[in-house]
Design a protein around this ligand. Structure first.
Ligand SMILES: Nc1ncnc2c1ncn2[C@@H]1O[C@H](COP(=O)(O)OP(=O)(O)OP(=O)(O)O)[C@@H](O)[C@H]1O
Length: 555
């Protein structure tokens, strides 16, 4: 492990690949079922687990190459006889003694491993030689420094920013750190998928912290329906200055936009947004509104609900029943604090380099959250398109947008935000617009959206439908890796896709800032709330009758 002057892990400094091999661990027994697989035997006490990396030497085109393989399965090869172990009164050591074998040698394991290949420094990725190791070939544990250098698809010489996500599972804390290239997942998008409570928002916060460090200074926008990212301003605290402060005095800006500050400008809506807001409009109402909206948006950047109603009246030529019905519907849906008349002409308050903006959407309905996302994403996307074409430099830097509860914004079904998200995910790379989708229900995400997320961080997933959705949408994670998902514990993840040369299992690192989304400790909070009620001064309504029963007086 390499670290900086503050002891923080730092990525490999050069493209030079360190030696692959390390401690001897086992011996190849035979080929496996699949042409890329082989089986090997190793003593049980070597601590090898599924997901671990082993290596062997082979001659490829006349050159000696060290070949990397991943352990995909493990079974017991030989242990103490079951009939003795079935009797709990018999000490296993006595059995081993009676058999004449030392206890530490009685466990042998048979492992299946899948060949990944040798690391080709010319093309900075693995090449599978498709040569099976001969039975009897010695295997070694792949060295930490080698794995740090070759697992992520980062170009260490380029000086591009990387995110320290954690360290390889099965290795000691911090022994083999994984730094993933930010440019890769910011360009071809990211998905963080896991069951509830498995560490999605924790991992997303680790990524945000990494992206906001001085080496990256990202422009980030977080759609946060559960107010889980409130603690990010801690990045600016002095105690974290060794992590987040640059030599030039840079510190990340954190803008937390609260629900009452969030607005949707009416001129930023489309005709179909308006229709979606209205309660069951008739065909005639649709026609009138369409005409009115086309005229109005061509004329002004400041539109009130009354302006729309007036324009509808112009289209009809009189205050008809259709206009009255539209007026009732428009007032009902648009006469709320959420909608404002003035178009958003400034986006730089929301996205700026070195700034993460968190939109706390917790008091908005799901359809309002989708409407807000649709209007804002369209604006941002247009700005990025214009900047890339050299037509406007309002947002002249890439943008990365993260969606908590991603299935709300890009559901496998209908949502105002789905169309623009699909577009950004398929074309955003050209315009420097990256998206991160976080979700506990991969099966409820639009399959096109999910399959366009080039890098995946997948944590524990139990639900078979969600596992299946990942299998069909995520090409890069092999069956052997996906089989691990149910057994992962919070904070453990599989990382696969564009940011990696091969999938890895890792422990996500600890956050520098506090985690803002811990589950409430229900029993403790009930007791505290009960004590508070008991000690309330006289005159305050008591939830309980004198006899201790709940007071059922109607409210
Ligand atoms: N890498 C980690 N290191 C330490 N603790 C972690 C890590 N990842 C998760 N945890 C712990 O696991 C718990 C759940 O994490 P988190 O809130 O991120 O889950 P989640 O998947 O986002 O859940 P939800 O779907 O309910 O929002 C947290 O209390 C957090 O403290």
């Amino acid at each position: 492990m390499t670290s900086d002057e503050h002891g923080l892990p730092s990525p490999p400094a050069t493209r030079d690949v360190p030696a692959l091999t390390g401690t001897p661990v086992g011996t190849v027994a035979c080929p496996g079922d699949d042409p890329s697989e082989f089986e090997f035997i190793a003593p049980g006490d070597k601590g090898l687990r599924t997901g671990e990396f082993v290596a062997y030497n082979a001659t490829v085109a006349g050159e000696q190459e060290a070949i990397l393989a991943r352990v995909t399965n493990t079974t017991q090869e030989r242990g103490l006889p079951g009939e003795f172990l079935a009797n709990p009164d018999v000490d296993p050591d006595e059995v081993a003694g009676a058999l004449g074998v030392p206890t530490e040698d009685t466990e042998l394991s048979r492992f299946t491993a899948r060949t990944i290949g040798y690391f080709d420094e010319q093309i900075s990725t693995f090449t599978n030689p498709r040569i099976q190791p001969q039975p009897g070939t010695r295997l070694q544990l792949a060295a930490d420094a080698y794995l740090e250098a070759v697992l992520p698809s980062a170009d260490w010489d380029s000086g591009s920013g990387t995110a320290h996500l954690g360290w390889l599972l099965n290795r000691p804390h911090g022994a083999a750190n994984i730094h993933i290239p930010i440019d890769k997942f910011a360009a071809t998008h990211l998905a963080i998928l896991a069951s509830t409570g498995s560490g999605k928002s924790y991992t997303a916060s680790v990524l945000i912290e990494e992206m906001m460090r001085p080496a990256s200074r990202a422009a980030m926008l977080v759609f946060d329906p559960h107010a889980e990212y409130d603690t990010l301003p801690e990045m600016r605290r002095d105690e974290h200055s060794h992590v987040f402060e640059g030599d030039d005095g840079y510190r990340p800006e954190v803008e937390i936009i609260t629900p009452d500050e969030i607005t949707i400008p009416i001129p930023d809506l489309t005709y179909s947004d308006l229709l979606a807001l209205l309660d069951g409009p008739s065909d005639r109402m649709r026609y009138v509104l369409n005409e009115a909206w086309r005229d109005l948006t061509g004329e002004s950047n400041h539109i009130t609900p009354q302006d729309i109603i007036n324009k509808c009246e112009d289209v009809e030529g009189e205050r008809s029943g259709t206009v009255d019905a539209l007026a009732w519907r428009l007032n009902k849906s648009l006469n709320r604090d959420l909608f404002v008349p003035a178009a958003r002409d400034e986006l730089t308050d929301l996205v700026a380099p070195g700034q993460v903006t968190v939109l706390k959407l917790n008091r908005l309905s799901q359809s309002d959250q989708q409407m807000l996302a649709a209007a804002l994403l369209r604006k941002l996307y247009e700005a990025r398109e214009a900047a890339t074409r050299g037509e406007d430099d309002a947002i002249d830097h890439p943008v990365f947008s993260l969606f908590e509860e991603g299935h709300r914004f890009a559901p496998d079904g209908d949502a105002r935000s789905l169309g623009i998200l699909r577009r950004i995910l398929s074309e955003g790379r050209k315009f420097g617009f990256g998206v991160g989708i976080i979700s506990q229900r991969p099966s409820k995400i639009d399959p096109d959206v999910l399959s366009q997320c080039g890098t995946q961080i997948i944590m524990q997933i139990q639900n078979p439908n969600d596992q299946q959705a990942i299998r069909t949408s995520v090409e890069s994670a092999g069956e052997d890796v996906l089989d691990e998902l149910p057994g992962l514990t919070p904070g453990q993840a599989v990382v696969a896709g564009d940011a990696m040369n091969t999938p890895v299992l890792l422990n996500v690192r600890e956050r520098h800032t506090e985690h803002g989304a811990d589950s409430p400790e229900a029993t403790k909070e009930w007791k505290t709330a009960h004590d508070r009620l008991e000690n309330e001064p006289a005159g305050v309504t008591d939830a309980y009758d004198d006899d201790g029963d709940v007071d059922e007086t109607p409210l």
